[in-house]
Design a binder for this molecule. Structure first.
Ligand code: ZN
Length: 431
């Protein structure tokens, strides 16, 4: 069995001591050893070992815990600045219905994700043509089939059978899941049914929640701009609208429908209070924070300092190019760093915790226990990034505060899926 060793001046992985001149040994797609380079190499047969000596910093591959790769072709929406969710939605809906090759758009997004050092994604698939992009690119993670627009009445007319068939049509590798879109685009009974369906099928759920301020009024009292728009558009039969809301916020409403379990993670989680965050902790639900998307749309920043102080499980998502300027999770990490400091988070562990959120935290959010960290037995999902700093501590600060747009190497399951040629081939040498 031949072993490939990736050696780098700095090796970082959440939860373990940083290594100067570290190495990761890989065989058959799995990590077999991690440690100081001398130690790792001394345990190997030189005749059966290939060593790649990298510049920069070696980390676990990044986990993008919320994205829609299929919208990569809609960057003109994501590079503009919008004044709020309604304005952004109008800009999005002006383009979305136009004929488009969703397969090519999603494939382009998957390629960008790999270039950014991402090895696993929580991908939301809205159009079937985009459904194989994660599989085809060799990415790890979950393709979530998005469900939206059903009232309890239209759902009763074969909705579940349709969704079962749509989900079954996605490639089963790496994995599939269900994404009930949001509390305002699905009727109350449909959200409850989808949670039951996810349990029946043994798949995970991923839901947009607490992304905009008007979601709260919509759920609590069935009022507000969105409620009025839906009524005007003939969608007044949603139970939240006909019943005048349920008297609670979005998080408690979802919990009452059985949607909050350890096999669900949420996207955004901006408009939540301390009770909501406590409920998310109690239910074992992670939140994928997407601060740059929130900024482009014109929303508030997420309460990252509160999530960190109170001990919530958080992950990092880029959302799509239709609401964000790039698919680099590092750029959202940098935004979260600045937001946390502005919100008064002064503890010295901020770099470590945000790095963990973008790697192990993302894996945890997706329920994947075999990626997101460099340890023997885990999948060989790793990335190498350029870094100007010398010490592990300074390199970590550099990554978190000004993370690079592009990796020099991305390895998924032991296979090289992206390599900036000069940085990789130029330093490859068999022992
Ligand atoms: Zn989204």
């Amino acid at each position: 069995m031949s072993v490939v060793v990736h050696r780098a001046p700095v090796v970082l992985s959440a939860g373990r001591e940083a290594l100067a001149d570290g190495a990761v040994a890989v065989a058959d797609g799995l990590i077999t050893a991690v440690g100081p380079a001398d130690t790792v190499l001394s345990g190997l047969d030189p005749a059966a070992t290939v060593v790649h000596e990298h510049r920069g910093v070696l980390t676990p591959g990044l986990v993008n815990a919320h994205t829609h790769l299929q919208y990569s072709d809609m960057a003109e929406v994501g590079t503009a600045q919008h004044s709020g969710f309604e304005a952004w939605m109008s800009a999005f809906m002006a383009l979305y219905p136009l004929p488009r090759d969703w397969s090519a758009s999603a494939a382009a997004g998957a390629a960008l994700a790999l270039r950014s050092g991402t090895t696993a994604v929580a991908e939301i698939v809205t159009d079937a043509a985009a459904g194989s992009a994660v599989h085809d690119a060799g990415l790890y993670g979950i393709a979530f089939w998005e469900v939206l627009g059903y009232t309890d009445r239209t759902w009763a007319d074969g909705g579940e059978q349709r969704v079962r068939a749509q989900l079954a049509a996605l490639p089963s590798v790496p994995a599939t899941g269900l994404s009930p879109h949001a509390v305002y685009s699905l009727d109350t009974g449909v959200i409850r049914d989808l949670s039951r369906l996810a349990r029946d099928l043994g798949v995970r759920q991923h839901i947009h929640a607490a992304e905009s301020a008007w979601e709260d009024a919509y759920v609590r009292t069935g009022t507000g701009d969105l409620a009025e728009r839906w009524r005007a558009n003939g969608r007044g039969e949603f139970a939240l609208l006909s019943d005048g809301g349920v008297g609670t916020g979005v998080i408690r409403y979802l919990d009452g429908l059985g949607a909050l379990t350890p096999s669900t993670h949420l996207a955004h989680g901006i408009y939540v209070d301390a009770d909501d965050r406590a409920l998310l902790r109690a239910r074992g639900v992670s939140v994928a924070l997407c601060p740059r998307s929130n900024g482009v749309i014109g929303l508030e920043p997420p309460p990252v300092a509160a999530y960190l102080r109170e001990g919530n499980a958080i992950a990092v998502g880029t959302d799509s190019l239709s609401s964000s300027p790039s698919l680099s999770p590092w750029h959202d990490v940098a935004a979260l760093h600045d937001i946390a400091r502005a919100q008064g988070y002064a503890d010295g562990d901020l770099h470590e915790r945000l790095f963990a959120a973008a790697t192990a935290g993302g894996a945890h959010a997706l329920g994947l226990d075999d990626t997101g960290a460099l340890r023997p037995g885990a999948r060989a999902d790793l990335a190498v990034f350029p870094a100007a700093s010398a010490t592990p501590r300074d390199v970590l600060a550099e990554l978190v505060e000004t993370g690079p747009a592009e990796a020099s190497l991305t390895v998924v399951g032991g296979r090289v899926r992206w390599a900036a040629a000069p940085a990789y081939e130029g330093t490859t040498a068999p022992v």
